[in-house]
Design a protein around this ligand. Sequence first.
Ligand code: TYD
Ligand code: MG
Length: 471
Amino acid sequence: MKSYTRYVCQQCGRVVASYMGRCPQCGAYNSMVEEVVREETTSQVQQKVRGLNARSMPRSLGEIGGEVEERLRLPMGEFARVLGGGIVPGSIVLLGGDPGIGKSTLMLQMAMEMAQRLRVLYVSGEESERQIKMRAMRLLGNKQPVPPELFLVTETNLNLILNHVQELRPSLLIVDSIQTVYLPELETSAGSVTQVRECASQLRELAKSSGISVFLIGHVTKEGMIAGPRVLEHIVDTVLYLEGDRFQAYRLLRSVKNRFGATSEVGVFEMHENGLKEVPNPSEAFLAERLVNAPGSAIAVTMEGTRPLLVEIQGLTSPTQFGNARRTPNGVDFNRLLLIVAVLTRRLGMRLAEQDIFVNVVGGLQIDEPAADLAIAAAIASSERNLPVRADAVLIGEIGLGGELRMPGQMPARLREAAKLGFKTAIVPKAIRKAEPWPAELQILEARSLAQALELALNPAATPSRERKMV
Ligand code: TYD
Ligand code: MG
C-alpha cells in the first residue's frame, strides 16, 4: 500500500501537496496541517468489495433460484410505485434532478423510514452530519422517535466509504452525491467523468456482490451536465428523476430506466415545510384551483407511465406590442406549440400572427405527450375567441399537420380517470376500431378534425354531427 503526505487547511479544507505558510484559498496563516494518506490501488478496492461476499462462481440456469425478487417494503407508496413495488436487494439506483429540487430530502425521508427496521448508512459529501441531523429533526417534526438504525457520515473518499460499509454492514447505502465522491488513485478531481464513472462502477460491484441496495444522488445541471447522471445511466439498474418547478410545490418522481419494473412510472409528491408528502390523487390536486367557465382553460389527460393524469392547460392570446409575436410555453414543448399554432392558423384560419401566445400547464408539470395537443389548441382558441371550453369535458387527441385528429394509446385508462373525477364528456378523435369498452358514464363526442373538435368544445349549443353514448 502506497502512502503519501498532504497538507489540509484547517480553516477551509483546501488540500495542497506541499506545506504553505498561507492558504491559497482562504488566506489564513499557519492553518495547514500534515495528513498522511494511505492509497489503495483499484484492484485492492475491488478485492475489498468482493471480500464482503463469496467469490463469483458460474452456475447453471436451473440451479439459480427463480423466485420473484424479494423486495424491501417501502412505506412511501408513491416511491415504491416508481421503483416497481419496493427496493430490490443488491440493486443500484440513481436519483437525478436539478440542484435544490429535493433529492436529499426525499432520500433522507426514505432512509429514516427504512431505518426503523433495517440498518441504513447515509453518506454525504455535501452536508455535515449536523446539517443532516437538523434536516432529519425538521422532517420528523420532533414527534416520532429518532430511527435507531440510521447512520450518518460526511465522507467523500470512496475507499473510506467502503471501509465504513465493511464495518457497519448496512442493508441500504445512500451516497449524496456521486459527484462529490472520488477515488484517490485516479488523477482527476471529484465530479469528473472518470471519477464519477469509476466510483459508480465500484459501488455497483458492492451492491451486486454483497446484496446491499445502493442509492446514488446525481445532480443535473442546465449546462449540458458534464459528469452528470447521463454518464451513469448504463451502470445502474434504475434511473429516477425528481422533477418539478422549484417555485411550485409539486414534485414528480419519474423512472426513466428500471430493470425491475415498468419505466416512465410516476410518483407525485408535494413539498411542505416538513418534507415531501405523497399526493395519492394527483389529478384532483392539479385541478383544485381551476376556474370553471373561464376562457383559455382546457383539461387534458396525459399518461405518465401507467397512470393517467388530468391537468389543466391554460392559454392566453394577447395582441403583440413590439415586433415579432412571441410564443411562450410553460410545461409544453416549444416546437409542439409552434406546430399547433401553425395548424390553427392554416387549417382553421385563425389570425394568430399578431398575437403573443402563452401556454401554461398548471401545477408545474412538463407534458411531452402529443395526446395533449387538442387541449392546448382548445385553450388557445378559447382565449382568442373569448369563449370558455365546456366545463364538464376533457379533451384528448393528437393533432396532425392536415388538421386531423389522431387517437393516442391507452384511451380506456384515460377515460376512466376522467369519469372518476366527475367529468361528463370526453372529446376524442373518431375511432375506426375500438378494442375495449369505454366507461358508460361518459358522453363520448367524436371528431375527425381539430375544427370539429373545437366546435364541440367551444360551442356546446351546436348539435354534434354524430353523438353516441358508449356502453
Ligand atoms: P434538498 O433536498 O436539499 O435539494 P437537493 O438535494 O435536490 O439539492 O431540498 C431543497 C429544497 O427543499 C430547499 O430549498 C428547502 C426545501 N425544503 C422544504 O421546503 N421543506 C423541507 O422539509 C425540507 C427538508 C426542504
Ligand atoms: Mg442535496
